[in-house]
Design a protein around this ligand. Structure first.
Ligand code: PMP
Length: 361
């Protein structure tokens, strides 16, 4: 007889939980998990392969546990005077977040998040035995300094998660809200900047607030702007003492030598890799414009995706798009769907299909 989860001596606090579940389907137009759908440029791919070829000759040895060249390359990329000893990296920012919770969370401790937000924030929180507390947002999914202060005072969390800009809504987060959260809280404040590169170019990163704020952590990823989701590289900027704390919980050699080599090679081509970002932002703005014309209600977004309301039956529209070879994300937010901005051709395919569905064609 088949064994189910309930038959296993699994931790009580994991009973009844659901795993991360974005559908992985092979369809011609996949706009459901906020990937960068542009393939990486061929000359960059060639340089990465050459670096991998060199690294593979040493793969009999454990990798550099401190991934020093990668940390130096990430510090240079981030700028703002951030030094390599302030940088940490792991297999995706998901792993960075997990390590933060292993070091600063755990049983008897709590995280305050602000739903609707990135689903892995609560899943990783619970997975590390940390309590997940829900803060309230203002109208329009905003979080004002007063709101963040009030929610921190109400819940007294050990860790505050702020997603800037927020997934799945795309909502910007102003620096004064981050400053207010830091002042009001006694613990760690993590700003998840997974979509930082899609913000308006003149808007500052939370990295500019790091000086003098040792409890402030800023995580980012190469999965989005760098089109590197399959390579699994996320990173963090914080006080060097925070990096020391993460060394206590990381598994030795957690970043393979192949991952390190590939990431360092990609960062050598940061300018070329980021040239795709402008294209994606243009397609995102086009989605907002055309969805508005179709009568939908797209929310303001600083990311590579658009959350839009005014969808009478999100599940039916999701299925109708899927039947046309296009996958978007149904996040169970009533009346809403989320779509990632793709290439111009993918975005056109999505908009044309949605128009047909809207008009009953
Ligand atoms: N943070 C946010 C807000 C995200 O949306 C994602 C990916 N969807 C991640 C972190 C994780 O990205 P990765 O593990 O690929 O770095």
């Amino acid at each position: 007889m088949a064994i189910s989860l309930d038959d296993l001596p699994i931790r009580d606090d994991l009973r009844g939980q659901s795993p991360y579940g974005a559908p992985q389907k092979k369809v011609p137009v996949a706009l459901n998990v906020n990937e960068n759908t542009h393939p990486i440029p061929e000359d960059v791919a060639r340089d990465i392969v050459e670096s991998l070829a060199a690294a593979v000759l040493d793969v009999n040895r454990y990798p550099d546990r401190e991934f020093t060249p990668l940390r130096e390359a990430l510090a240079r990329y981030i700028g703002h005077g951030v030094q390599a000893d302030q940088i940490w990296a792991a297999n995706g920012s998901n792993e960075v977040i997990q390590q933060i919770l292993q070091a600063f969370g755990g049983p008897g401790r709590s995280v305050l998040g602000f739903p609707p937000t990135y689903s892995m924030h609560s899943i990783i929180t619970r997975g590390t035995g940390t309590e997940w507390l829900e803060g309230r947002r203002d109208a329009g999914f905003d979080i004002s300094p007063d709101t963040v202060r009030a929610e921190i005072e109400r819940t007294d969390p050990d860790i505050v998660f702020l997603c800037a800009p927020n997934n799945p809504t795309g909502t910007p987060l102003e620096l004064d809200t981050i400053e207010a959260a830091y002042e009001a809280s006694r613990g760690i404040v993590l700003v998840d900047e997974a979509y930082f590169e899609f913000m308006p170019a003149d808007r500052p990163s939370a990295v500019t607030l790091l000086d003098g704020r040792p409890r402030l952590l800023v995580s980012r990823t190469m999965s989005k702007a760098f089109a590197f989701a399959g390579a699994r590289v996320g990173y963090l900027a914080a006080d060097p003492a925070v990096i020391d704390a993460l060394r206590l919980v990381r598994l030795p050699y957690h970043l393979s030598s192949l991952t390190q080599a590939a990431a360092v090679a990609a960062l050598r081509h940061a300018d070329e890799m980021l040239a795709m970002v402008d294209d994606i932002k243009a397609q995102r703005d086009r989605i907002v414009h055309e969805l508005t014309e179709l009568g939908y209600k797209p929310w303001p977004t600083w990311s590579n995706f658009v959350l839009f309301g005014g969808v009478d039956d999100p599940h039916a529209v999701f299925e109708a798009l899927l039947a046309r070879g296009i996958i978007v994300r149904d996040l169970s937010i009533p009346g809403h769907l989320r779509v990632s901005a793709g290439t111009e051709a993918e975005t056109t395919a999505f908009l044309n299909a949605l128009r047909d569905i809207r008009l009953g064609a």
